[in-house]
Design a protein. Structure first.
Length: 126
């Protein structure tokens, strides 16, 4: 696997264009490079060539879900130290529990406070 990615690169997988632009803008303002995809397949293809500092995932997407991608990432030993943060509209306690069981490190519900999102990402990417 090629290590072509800067240490502050965030992989964002979000199928909502407005949310994708909002999140990428927020994280770019505080110094992160954001690589964004709208689905699991293109994100997985990118991951086969790069290692991000953090993965930020929506859960509900067309085709495979963010939970599917989380399990795929956690199955690869080279990604064992990459934090995964879910950012989703699924706000039930079981949703949070299940996402964390799949290998997530943190869980943010939409709508979120911009400061909260930035703080959680900065907590995992120093």
């Amino acid at each position: 696997m090629a290590e072509l990615t800067a240490t502050k690169t965030i992989l964002l997988v979000e199928d909502g264009r407005a949310e994708q632009q909002l999140i990428a803008g927020l994280l770019s303002q505080v110094g992160f490079e954001v690589v964004a995809f709208d689905g699991v397949e293109p994100a997985w293809a990118w991951l086969n060539e790069h290692t991000p500092a953090l993965v930020l995932l929506d859960i509900v997407m067309a085709g495979q879900s963010g939970l599917d991608l989380c399990r795929m990432i956690r199955a690869r030993p080279e990604f064992s130290q990459v934090p995964i943060v879910f950012c989703t509209s699924k706000n039930q306690e079981f949703d949070r529990f299940w996402a964390m069981r799949q290998g997530g490190n943190a869980y943010i519900t939409k709508p979120f406070a911009p400061k909260e999102l930035v703080a959680v990402v900065q907590q995992y990417v120093k």
